[in-house]
Design a protein around this ligand. Structure first.
Ligand SMILES: C[S@@+](CC[C@H](N)C(=O)[O-])C[C@H]1O[C@@H](n2cnc3c(N)ncnc32)[C@H](O)[C@@H]1O
Length: 432
């Protein structure tokens, strides 16, 4: 496909995503199946265009003073890819598979319009209804924070210290340009280009042998901040596909007891294969069966209960730009209820002197500090572990991390702008 034909395909896809209200990933997959002639390079380039339009969904329409799929693509090419008008006009040439030539109105918009007068939610690409919520957390810096949340994310890897070490993996992944991440002692980062081409990490020997996992550095830090230790009894209450479980297992160095469960047994399905590839031998998966409580035998014995809580995922907008435009206020209400429920589930499991690590991948204070404060008010036997103390697990990076992350009275907030990671909140609560 020519570059111009890829633009036409991207316009068609954006149109479908809007009109049929389908998630972008699904639309891209279906397009690939229906257009078998398109090679992997074409598909990656088209996906990159679509994801970038979704990242600049509001600002691109503002720039072009039009909200058609075509206008959004043109606006994105200018805002995100700095494409000048002659370069664009050369591709929008009306050829057989190319988009129609730029109209006079489009050329005028490109020549004269800017984001200078756009409201913050438009210029920084976030839903307007979230403005007061983001203001509560970030105040005047919300536009800058949201703009960083609209940027492209790198591919982060975690070295599984049960099987590999960072120096060795750095050498073997040098061909992908892997570099150490700034905070996590076990993180590697691969910067990705504008096309959404996957560097094929799953085919690397290090991956097949279980020496690396794909995990955002923020998620790695959240696991580290729980301070899970060898020999402890650790319960991962919202284990899902096991991202945190695997990181916790590595922190425990194979010693102690790690119990992983989830309310939804389907979410747990991939965890078995992942644990076995990672060489984890001290984990028990408790798959729920009917109404019975899979943790009924555990009462006041856990050193640590990790709650990687169900949340709105506002911290992962970099990786899920269409999710932010689909998010509705009702979704926040549902998540708040789920979070309170899962916090209650943790209470009878924790032993005296034990702790709960509450994690979300959201930046909203309703899901974070406010949720934790309400919990402590209901359960005065739990108190907040001071944030400086929880950050001490980062050793020589602790001071710099404390400068970079947002310290709240209830815990740490990581954001793309502050820590260069996905948005994560981590709070540690200790039982008297
Ligand atoms: C953020 S995801 C977990 C991601 C996972 N820990 C990881 O790192 O890959 C949240 C999970 O919480 C689960 N969940 C929701 N409500 C729950 C509850 N009341 N008890 C246990 N798990 C729950 C969901 O099924 C979902 O898998």
């Amino acid at each position: 496909m020519t570059p111009a034909a890829r633009l036409s395909a991207a316009i068609e896809l954006i149109d479908t995503i809007e009109k049929d209200r389908v998630p972008a990933a699904k639309a891209l997959k279906e397009w690939g199946t229906a257009h078998r002639f398109a090679g992997s390079g074409d598909r990656a380039a088209i996906a990159g265009l679509v994801w970038d339009v979704l990242r600049r969904y509001a600002s691109s329409a503002w720039l072009m003073d039009s909200d058609t799929a075509r206008a959004r693509l043109i606006g994105m090419l200018r805002l995100e890819r700095n494409m000048d008008t002659p370069t664009m006009a050369a591709m929008f040439d009306g050829g057989r598979y190319a988009p129609a030539p730029l109209t006079e109105a489009e050329q005028a918009a490109l020549a004269s319009r800017s984001l200078a007068d756009a409201p913050a939610s438009v210029a920084s690409d976030y839903p307007e209804w979230l403005d007061p919520h983001l203001a509560k957390v970030f105040g005047e810096t919300r536009a800058a924070e949201a703009a960083a949340m609209a940027s492209r994310a790198p591919l982060d890897l975690r070295i599984n210290t049960l099987k590999g070490n960072r120096d060795k993996v750095l050498r073997s992944l040098a061909h992908l340009g892997a570099k150490p991440t700034p905070w996590s002692p076990n993180g590697l980062r691969i910067e990705l280009g504008a096309d959404a081409r996957n560097p094929g990490i799953q085919a690397e020997e290090d991956f097949i042998k279980g020496a690396i996992e794909v995990q955002d550095e923020g998620s790695q830090l959240a696991a580290l901040l729980t301070a899970a230790k060898p020999g402890e009894q650790v319960i991962d209450l919202c284990a899902g596909a096991g991202g945190k479980t695997l990181a916790l297992a590595a922190l425990m160095q194979g010693k102690g007891r790690l119990i992983a469960t989830d309310r939804d047994k389907r979410q747990l399905a991939p965890i078995h294969e992942r644990l076995s590839r990672a060489g984890v031998h001290n984990a028990e998966i408790r798959t729920p069966k009917g109404e019975a409580d899979p943790l009924a035998d555990i009462r006041s014995t856990a050193d640590l209960v990790v709650i990687d809580a169900p949340c709105t995922g506002t911290g992962t907008w970099r990786r899920n730009p269409d999710a932010k435009w689909r998010m509705r206020p009702g979704a926040l209400e549902i998540r708040l209820k789920d979070q309170a429920e899962v916090l209650e589930r943790a209470v009878p499991l924790v032993k005296a002197g034990g702790r709960i690590a509450y994690i979300t991948c959201s930046v909203l204070s309703e899901e974070n500090g406010e949720q934790v404060r309400a919990f402590v008010a209901r359960h005065p036997e739990f108190s907040l572990v001071p944030s400086e103390q929880t950050a001490s697990v980062l050793w020589d990076k602790a001071d710099a991390f404390a400068e970079a992350a947002l310290k709240t009275p209830e815990g740490w907030l990581l954001t793309p702008r502050r820590t260069g990671t996905d948005g994560f909140f981590v709070s540690v609560l200790k039982k008297a």
